[in-house]
Structure formats: structure tokens, C-alpha cells
Design a protein around this ligand. Structure first.
Ligand code: ABU
Length: 414
């Protein structure tokens, strides 16, 4: 547990109105912060996906555990792994992948540090707690899942960190490995919100016989607000989101009311019957620039541009606010068909990139067509190997949560 004295935080305790209160040695001593201190140097500050990155959290795979079969997973997990969830829940993922992914995350950390980014990691012991099962009044879970994907549980909007009310029972406690960091950011002036914790009773889900895969069909109901943080993508005052298998309209409305009139939340719809997270589908690269997944075209708005995918010329729609924006079409990933991907499609390998600023993009080192495409589009690529990590459900964007990017809140659509 962190120990901070009153003096080390804010100077003299008496001067800060703490009245010399006695504290036990393990307590974190929180001080009221005045408006000026909060405005001077926010430790948490991020408004877009592309402002210069200064501090980031990178996840960990230690303790990653196969979750148990559930209808909410049936809607998104590749069918060839369904037996794994039914028969091996509570066991670790294959050892060589876990070790390879842990190495890749450490290496990613070193590369980001070399690029000038401060990197923080979740608590390893709390990640390892994922192997434990739990019961609530509403459900039992044989196990948690992991602390590998900070993007799914946390979103930073301005100086606020929001913990997402995630939809899977196996992810109920996923905030725990990140709590020591979040408390530290709070101590340093960040706002901290945990969205209403879902009950996750059976009312939140269709049954296996009720759920039928198809366009506009969702396994989750509107029983209570749910969303994964990776469902939202930030363009300053405009934030885009999709209704998906893990994010319902109730959750989107919660976020809209929580953020208030300073922000506009726009709901987009994509051709994706297994929709889960917008960051493998619709990826902002900078003002006026987005990367799109040709396998999941946007169907909201009016005709914006045309692209060719698998030999077919196809219309790409977007709301008219994107008039004049460049739409870059992601390359088809070159991962082999046999590459294990327990949670996602291979598109994560070419789409789930993270921007270090408007020019520098982190791309998977083996994805040569993607590297070449970004360079042809004028970006500087930072090539990082990540093939062992991809099986866990995402790539660089998923494995991170940007805590601080320089830059102020503005609109990019005026
Ligand atoms: N956040 C994971 C996205 C992966 C995918 O869309 O395939």
C-alpha cells in the first residue's frame, strides 16, 4: 500500500487544514486540493486519441485465466474456442503464449519509454487474483479474466478517469489491478468515477436459445447500464460510440448524461454482427484522419467515399460532419489462419493501433502491408512485435489507457 505523508503531498499538514489528525501508517492521506493546484499541471488529461502521449498504463498478462462459458461470450468468441471455455475455465492460457505476451508487453514498455512516454503498470499480485472465483447475490463466476486490457475498463475524458460497468461476469472485478494507480492519480488531483456497477443477473442477458446472431441482434438487454470503455473513441468535444454486444443504449445514455452538455456523444452503426469495441473498427489518427476497417463499414450517415475490398467497390457512409476527412482503409491482416485468437477477429492486428501523436503510430512489427500503408499515408511507424499478445483479445490500443496527452479540449468539426 502506498504511504504518503501530509508533508510530502502538500507541505505542512496544519497549513493544509488537517488539524494534525493522527493517521495509521498504511493510510493514504488525501488532501482537499484548491482550484489552482488542480489547473496547474493535471496528471490526468486526455481529450483525443492523437494528442502527444505523455503517460500511459500498459496492462499485464500475469494471472490471465480462461473465463467460463456464458451466452455473453457466445455472441463474440470465435466458435472454434467454445469448447475451451466450456472445458478449461479457470485454467491459465497456454504457457508459451503467456510468456511471449509478457515479454512483448515489457518490450512495448521499453519502446514507449524510449519514445519519451512515462509508462505505468497495474499491480501484478492483483492481476494474479484473477484465478479466484467469486459469488454475488446475482451470479457466480468460476474465475476472473485478466488485467491485460486497461482500455476496456478505463477511459480518461479530460481530467477524469471513469471505470466502465463491463458486461461480462468474468470481468466484474477487473478494476482491482488498476486501483492502486487510480488512487495515486486521484491523490494528484484527477477526478475518479466508477460508473454504476451492474448486477449482472440473468435479466441482463438473453438465454442461449433466445440469442440469435444477426445484424442488430444483441445478447445483452437494457436491464441496467453497461459499457466497455473501448466502445468510446474521443475526438475532443465529440465522442463516438457503437451499441454492441457489451454496450447497451442505457450505458451510452449514462455516459451522455454523466459528461453533460460540454460533450456530444454520437452513436454510429457498423456492419458487424459480433460488435464489441469500436477500436478495431473506427480509429481516429489525427484531426481530419480516420482509419476504417473495410470488413465492418459504417452504415450511419450519408455516402462519404468508396473503397475496394476483396475486389468489390463499396460505399462508406459517415455522418456529414466528416465532410472533407481522409478515410484510410486498413490493410487486411497477414496473420495466419491458425494463429490463436481467443476473443477477437484478426483485424485487431492491423486496426488496433495507438497514436503517440498525430504523426507517430505504433504498429505490429510483422504486419508489413500495414506498416507500408501507414508510411505511404505519411505517418512514422514504430514497429513493435505483438503476435503473442493478440490472442488475448486486442493489440496496442487495447493494451493501453492513455492517462495524459498534452492538448486542450476543442472541437474538430467546426
Ligand atoms: N478491442 C478489441 C477490438 C478487436 C477487434 O475489433 O477485432
Amino acid at each position: 500500500m502506498m504511504q504518503k505523508t501530509a508533508e510530502s503531498l502538500n507541505g505542512n499538514a496544519a497549513e493544509n487544514g488537517l488539524n494534525g489528525a493522527q493517521h495509521t501508517k498504511d493510510e493514504i492521506h488525501i488532501h482537499p486540493m484548491d482550484e489552482l493546484s488542480l489547473q496547474l499541471k493535471p496528471v490526468v488529461n486526455s481529450h483525443t486519441e492523437w494528442d502527444p502521449l505523455e503517460e500511459v498504463i500498459i496492462g499485464r498478462v500475469e494471472g490471465a485465466t480462461i473465463p467460463e462459458w456464458h451466452v455473453s461470450g457466445k455472441a463474440v468468441w470465435p466458435q472454434k474456442y467454445w469448447d475451451m471455455y466450456k472445458n478449461q475455465a479457470g485454467q491459465p492460457f497456454p504457457k508459451e503464449l503467456m510468456e511471449g505476451a509478457a515479454w512483448e508487453l515489457d518490450n512495448f514498455q521499453k519502446i514507449l519509454e524510449y519514445e519519451g512516454v512515462k509508462v505505468r503498470r497495474p499491480d501484478v499480485k492483483r492481476c494474479e487474483d484473477n484465478v479466484k472465483g467469486y459469488s454475488t447475490p446475482d451470479f457466480d463466476s468460476k474465475t476472473g479474466m485478466y488485467g491485460a486490457m486497461p482500455r476496456d475498463i478505463l477511459i480518461v475524458i479530460g481530467n477524469e478517469i471513469i471505470e466502465a460497468p463491463m458486461a461480462w461476469r468474468s470481468r466484474f472485478f477487473e478494476y482491482r489491478p488498476f486501483r492502486p494507480l487510480i488512487k495515486e492519480y486521484f491523490e494528484q488531483g484527477a477526478k475518479w468515477t466508477a460508473a454504476p456497477k451492474p448486477e449482472m443477473s440473468d435479466e441482463l442477458y438473453l438465454t442461449e436459445s433466445e440469442y440469435v446472431e444477426g445484424p442488430g441482434k444483441y445478447v445483452t438487454t437494457e436491464f441496467e447500464p453497461i459499457f466497455d470503455a473501448a466502445e468510446f473513441t474521443r475526438f475532443g468535444k465529440d465522442i463516438f460510440v457503437q451499441r454492441s454486444q457489451v454496450t447497451n443504449d442505457f450505458g451510452i445514455e449514462w455516459m451522455r448524461r454523466h459528461l453533460g452538455p460540454k460533450y456530444k456523444i454520437h452513436v454510429l452503426d457498423f456492419q458487424d454482427k459480433n460488435a464489441m469495441h469500436i477500436d478495431g473498427t473506427f480509429v481516429p489518427l489525427g484531426p481530419g484522419k480516420i482509419l476504417i476497417n473495410p470488413h465492418r463499414p459504417c452504415v450511419t450517415g450519408k455516402s462519404h467515399s468508396w473503397f475496394t475490398y476483396q475486389g468489390t467497390k463499396t460505399e462508406y457512409k459517415l455522418p456529414s460532419m466528416f465532410k472533407g476527412w481522409d478515410v484510410f482503409v486498413a490493410e487486411t491482416p497477414i496473420l495466419s489462419k491458425s494463429h490463436p485468437l481467443f476473443f477477437t477477429s484478426p483485424w485487431t492486428a492491423s486496426c488496433n493501433v495507438i497514436m503517440l501523436d498525430e504523426k507517430r503510430v505504433v504498429v505490429e512489427a510483422h504486419e508489413e502491408p500495414t506498416v507500408k500503408a501507414f508510411e505511404a499515408w505519411g505517418f512514422k511507424t514504430i514497429k513493435v512485435p505483438f503476435r503473442n499478445f493478440l490472442p488475448f483479445g486486442g493489440s496496442f490500443h487495447c493494451a493501453t489507457c492513455d492517462v495524459r496527452r498534452s492538448g486542450a479540449l476543442q472541437s474538430y468539426f467546426d
